[in-house]
Design a protein. Structure first.
Length: 485
């Protein structure tokens, strides 16, 4: 760029002019940057994934990079670095791109990162490169800046469709490479994306630097167990991942080794806990129970129906009085009234009458183990069992807003000792208690087949789900410590 009049427009691109008025005069301030006469080649460093197959197991690896953009001298002995934002702030002129020197020049010696070593010796095997492994969940198509070219990773079948062609053209691609669309009237349809060219992207052609390093030889030094280790799909929610994003979904070889070690330790611990729990389970048994009842004259309790571990039983006593009391109590709540009367009717039509003290006691004692009864908000259930002279250790599960943040409590009914609690999070409801259905829906996503309101079998299933959640959090062996034989 010289000082000719024809070059004035180029000169104005790099200058900043400020104008202000003072003392009846216009003042022009022209700022011209000092440009160092050093020509650098700017590169956007994009690592390309490599597929390694061993014993039929596909593994994808990528070399990690330190820099995203580097500007390097022609002899490749010095370089400087840029961020993507700094590149956008550069000024394009006819011949060059002028960028601010935000970083100093760095000597490209043996201490520089792997990608800079490759610039010095592109055909040499670099042993200092850090390799990451990642799961290829979807094929990747990464568009190169200012080009109708995409770098792809993954096996795919491409369908080329052009407006001036009567039929589409199908082509298979393997592993990784580059796809260039020359005709802007064409599109390439892949399994996961549609590649559409854009007209007049740039009048300047940039030459890519692709090193001939035989990086495949590095894989021979990776242990076999790391090759075969399957990473979880950590980028399922990323629909349009680019090659520059792979650092967030890949794992270093050291991280994978640590994950393998932790998995081995976890499996050994689970095996030990399984053996230990089996020994403990030989001595303990939990029975989940639920009773449907009606109060008569404030002191008498009529048990209408009950369930023990999902078996529905019946107890029949003073049925006519119970019907009368049910209708009186639920005179304004017809849904509850009809549900209770429906249960009574079903029990009346049954030929069995086995909700007796002897039957319940025999059911609990089966197996010759330490029996623990589990109840949901079971204060009156406890009273029923006590009146039947059935004295067993009991657990009461309730969801109570202790600190106005909805905590899940597991307590021993004998003394209301809180032995376990789980935070269920916020729940928008007046009052400080969650009912059985509300609590169940917080811990279980299964859709159970419902019958009718207050069916003890249904409530038994809900209680079981909540109790299973408790066991997952508290663990079996910790829970039974509160019920020593």
């Amino acid at each position: 760029m010289g000082t000719e009049a024809s070059e004035l427009s180029e000169f104005l691109k790099i200058t900043k002019i400020s104008v202000y008025y003072e003392n009846e005069q216009l003042v022009f301030i022209t700022r011209i940057p000092f440009v160092v006469d050093v020509e650098l080649s700017l590169y956007n460093i994009i690592p390309i994934p490599i597929k390694f197959v061993e014993d039929g197991v596909d593994s994808w690896y990528i070399s990690t990079t330190t820099y995203t953009y580097v500007a390097i001298t022609k002899d490749r002995k010095q370089f400087t670095t840029y961020t993507e934002k700094e590149i956008k702030d550069c000024i394009e002129i006819a011949i060059y791109r002028i960028c601010k020197a935000t970083q100093s020049m760095i000597d490209n010696n043996d201490n520089t990162p792997c990608e800079m070593q490759i610039f010095k010796a592109p055909d040499a095997l670099q042993t200092g490169c850090n390799i990451n492994k990642f799961p290829l969940v979807r094929n990747i198509y990464h568009r190169i800046l200012n080009k109708n070219t995409w770098i792809h990773a993954g096996d795919d079948t491409l369908t080329l469709s052009c407006t001036d062609l009567p039929e589409s053209f199908v082509q298979e691609v393997k592993v990784s490479g580059a796809i260039t669309i020359v005709d802007i009237n064409c599109q390439v349809f892949t399994r996961d994306a549609v590649l559409t060219p854009i007209e007049d992207i740039s009048s300047t052609n940039y030459k890519d630097f692709v090193p001939t390093t035989k990086i495949q030889n590095i894989f021979n030094k990776i242990p076999e167990h790391i090759h075969k280790y399957k990473l979880s799909d950590v980028w399922n929610n990323t629909s349009n991942i680019q090659l520059t994003d792979l650092h967030s979904v890949s794992r270093s070889l050291d991280e994978i080794q640590q994950m393998i070690d932790e998995e081995v330790i976890r499996e050994q611990s689970q095996k030990h806990q399984f053996i230990h729990s089996n020994l403990l389970k030989e001595a303990h048994k939990f029975i989940i129970m639920d009773f449907e009842f009606s109060m008569v004259k404030r002191t008498s309790i009529v048990v209408i129906s009950g369930a023990m571990s999902n078996s529905l039983e019946k107890f029949e006593k003073e049925l006519q009085v119970a019907v009368k009391e049910i209708k009186r109590i639920f005179i304004c709540k017809t849904e509850l009234r009809d549900a209770c009367l429906n249960q009574l009717k079903q029990r009346l039509n049954s030929t069995r009458n086995n909700l007796t003290r002897e039957y319940i006691d025999h059911y609990i004692r089966q197996g010759n183990k330490e029996n623990i009864i589990v109840l949901w908000n079971g204060h009156l259930d406890k009273t029923i069992l006590q009146r039947l002279d059935l004295d067993y250790p009991m657990l009461n599960i309730t969801c109570y807003d202790k600190y106005f943040n909805k905590n899940f409590f597991l307590g021993k009914l004998s003394n209301r000792e809180i032995i376990f609690e789980v935070d269920l999070g916020k729940f928008d409801k007046s009052g400080r208690l969650l009912n059985l259905v509300e609590t169940h829906d917080r811990v279980c996503n299964r859709k159970h087949k419902t019958t009718y309101a207050h069916d003890p079998r249904m409530e038994m299933k809900y209680t079981k789900c909540i109790f299973n959640h408790v066991l997952q959090k508290q663990r079996y062996e910790n829970l039974i410590k509160h019920f020593k034989i």
